[in-house]
Design a protein around this ligand. Structure first.
Ligand SMILES: [Mn+2]
Length: 227
């Protein structure tokens, strides 16, 4: 009966499956996905189709799914077409276009009904989960990027986010590069970032960096699991 949260998967089905095995995910457990299941990596559509069949998975909307919905809308603007095309959509779009119209419609309906945030209480602690950062509309919740200093605007909730790679939050650039080299030299990988304001789970899955990982946190004991 555990509650797991995973950050951005970005089309890396192998890591997702390895994670499910590692945590021994069962039908009794609940998994919350923070969005950005698709794009960059190869398996975004296959992952969506799999997740859609899992009743104990709650997927939140990411900016990539938001871009996909805008792109596929009959009244998509040229800006919306260009935006998704610039953001690693090729494997997702190719796989989507191979699906039957009925399946394409199911995917659009599923994504179109994803919430942008979820509030949940586990063991007396409250959590607010969102892809980008809390906001009062869909665009802000999927796109906003905090800084290390950002404060949590949601009272009485621990904030759990994805979207902004933990590495990219290290400023300035020289410090970031030095940190990345140090992690790589030690044969380690990026880890979940805890600040006073939030917990960031985006460890770079789907990106072409050697120190990336798919991160998962178990809310029941805040144990961190990596693949
Ligand atoms: Mn994102």
């Amino acid at each position: 009966m555990a509650h797991y949260v995973m950050g951005d998967i970005h089309g890396e089905a192998d890591r997702f499956h390895a994670m499910l095995e590692k945590i021994r995910f069962s039908e009794e457990d609940t998994l919350i996905l923070l969005g950005d299941v698709i794009d960059r990596g190869p398996d975004g559509i296959a992952l969506l189709l799999e997740i859609m069949e899992m009743p104990n998975v709650i997927m939140l909307l990411g900016n990539h799914e938001h871009m996909m919905l805008q792109y596929l809308s009959p009244d998509a603007t040229s800006t919306e077409i260009r935006r998704w095309s610039r953001n690693g959509n090729a494997p997702t779009l190719a796989a989507y276009l191979k699906q039957k119209a009925k399946v394409q419609r199911r995917i659009r309906t599923y994504l179109g009904t994803r919430p942008t945030h979820l509030e949940l209480e586990v063991n007396g602690s409250r959590y607010y989960m969102v892809h980008g950062f809390p906001g009062d509309n869909v665009h802000d919740e999927v796109w906003t990027r905090p800084t290390m200093e950002s404060e949590n605007p949601i009272p009485d909730c621990r904030l759990i986010i994805g979207h902004t790679k933990v590495l990219s939050m290290i400023q300035p650039e020289e410090k970031r590069i030095a940190y990345a080299m140090e992690v790589e030299d030690k044969g380690e990988h990026l880890e979940i970032l805890h600040t006073p304001g939030f917990v960031n789970l985006d460890c770079g899955c789907g990106y072409d960096i050697p120190i990336k990982a798919l991160a998962c946190i178990r809310l029941d004991d805040m144990n961190e699991i990596y693949v």
